[in-house]
Design a protein around this ligand. Structure first.
Ligand code: SAM
Ligand code: ZN
Ligand code: ZN
Ligand code: ZN
Length: 432
């Protein structure tokens, strides 16, 4: 059973694939008793493993316990690699001398000998390694660091989405990469719908487009949906910057007659700014842009696995701190109560999951739709600058914007953390 992915592996007695295996995954878990019993067993397993071995990282308790073993083995492998690299280091000079004498290359050998420290030229030269350990000049195994491996995977995902790569930097300590679910999948632009995908199929038929030939302005149907008292106004200005005058935006969609160059298509085109995930002094990892940003600049979407709001409440605290409620349309017409969702960026997501809270944020989140209708209650969450931001300034959002209005009246919510945003009007706590 995999509670995180809400699926069950079934072993069939009277059915087999051609390759002899007889298991399939079933995505919906209807057996509540079985689910509870499994969750209890996993919790016990996790506690036992943690007691047995202090080196085991404590992951989410909904993950199957064998994930710990995998992690442990991976850690062990890295440790062995490091140890073998250290023990081979004392043969470094010997190897160079040996290789030189074979190759007979004067330039290389003279430079190499210069680099040999004086004591190693004495009689106490290290013994050569057994022949099997000799490193051939031609075969060089390069093991990518955890950071390189992660960036390679993420860069591929960014490139596929047409976005610049994300960088990682740590000037504070030696943590190479942020702590992540080992199965974390980077998604630049979309939700992972999982078992909720079927829920939206019927509604997709209600998606309608405009019939504009030329620019979408004035009486464009799409803009009408975002009209205010002064009539329909576009959400974006001529430079494609968000006017910051509304919390919900409807962009033109695949059924609209207008083309790709329509000014009402901004968030759907994705991120074009370079982002760096960096280690902060006191709030874990954070995110910043490597270029100066104007006010109203679209930065990216908060992506992840789409889950029901009620399921978000059952997640562990550390897991829940990476969820974001999609609540801007909750009370709209035609949205039934059971259509409330959250985005869970614990195991799927992108750089936005690293954006920290500030009581004076420089980034605002608005809801934007282009491939869903308001009734589906599944707008994307767009991150946009609310001021000019110089390059390398940390990007922050307000995790609880309603609290900004209730200032002074609201008590510190249970489970909240001490806020370290450093702002002059800091509330003192951050809801996580
Ligand atoms: C969505 S994560 C942000 C990324 C996180 N810093 C990391 O390293 O993965 C939210 C968590 O970041 C930390 N955090 C964010 N903003 C903070 C703030 N203003 N003060 C203290 N901790 C903060 C809290 O631990 C919170 O649970
Ligand atoms: Zn248009
Ligand atoms: Zn349109
Ligand atoms: Zn604060």
């Amino acid at each position: 059973m995999d509670l995180y992915y809400q699926r069950l592996e079934i072993k069939w007695g009277d059915w087999r694939r051609q390759d002899g295996t007889n298991t399939t995954w079933q995505e919906v878990l209807e057996n509540e008793e079985l689910t509870k019993a499994w969750a209890k067993k996993m919790k016990e397993d996790h506690t036992r493993l943690a007691r047995e071995n202090l080196a085991v990282d404590i992951l989410d308790s909904t993950l199957p316990s064998h994930v710990f073993r995998t992690l442990e083995t991976a850690n062990g492998f890295q440790e062995k690699l490091k140890r073998s690299a250290d023990s081979l280091a004392r043969y470094r000079n010997w190897n160079i001398a040996h290789a030189d004498s074979e190759a007979g290359s004067s330039t290389r050998s003279s430079r190499s000998r210069e680099s040999v420290p004086p004591q190693s030229t004495s009689a106490k030269r290290p013994a050569p390694p057994p022949s099997g350990e000799r490193q051939s000049k031609k075969t060089k195994t390069v093991v990518p660091s955890a950071r390189q491996a992660l960036l390679q995977r993420w860069s591929r995902a960014c490139k596929a989405a047409g976005a610049p790569p994300v960088r990682i930097r740590n000037d504070v300590d030696d943590q190479e990469i942020p702590p992540l679910d080992p199965r974390f999948i980077y998604i630049e632009n979309d939700f992972y719908l999982g078992i909720l995908a079927d829920e939206f199929e019927e509604d997709e038929a209600y998606l309608a487009g405009c019939e504009c030939v030329g620019p979408c302005e004035g009486d464009c149907n799409c803009l009408e949906l975002i009209s205010d008292e002064d009539g329909p106004t576009p959400a974006y200005d001529a430079e494609g910057l968000f006017r910051l005058d509304r919390s919900v935006v409807v962009e033109c969609n695949k059924l609209c007659a207008c083309g790709d160059e329509c000014s009402n298509r901004v968030a759907q085109k994705g991120r074009d700014v370079e982002i760096e995930i960096f280690r902060t002094e006191d709030r874990g990892w954070g995110a910043r842009s490597l270029q100066d940003l104007p006010k109203g600049k679209f930065l990216g979407l908060y992506t992840g696995r789409l889950i029901r709001r009620e399921d978000a409440a059952n997640l562990s605290d550390s897991h829940r701190s990476y969820t974001f409620d999609i609540d801007s349309l909750d009370n709209g017409p035609g949205v039934p109560d059971d259509r409330r969702y959250s985005v869970d960026a614990h195991s799927f997501g992108n750089w936005t999951r690293f954006v920290n809270h500030s009581c004076s944020p420089n980034v605002q989140v608005y809801s934007v739709m282009w491939d869903s209708t308001p009734q589906m209650n599944r707008p994307y969450l767009a991150f946009v600058t609310n001021q000019v931001i110089p390059a390398e300034t940390e990007l922050t959002i307000d995790y609880d914007p309603k609290a900004a209005y209730d200032r002074g009246k609201r008590r510190r919510p249970p489970g909240s953390k001490e806020c370290r945003c450093g702002s002059a009007c800091c509330r003192g706590w951050v809801a996580v």
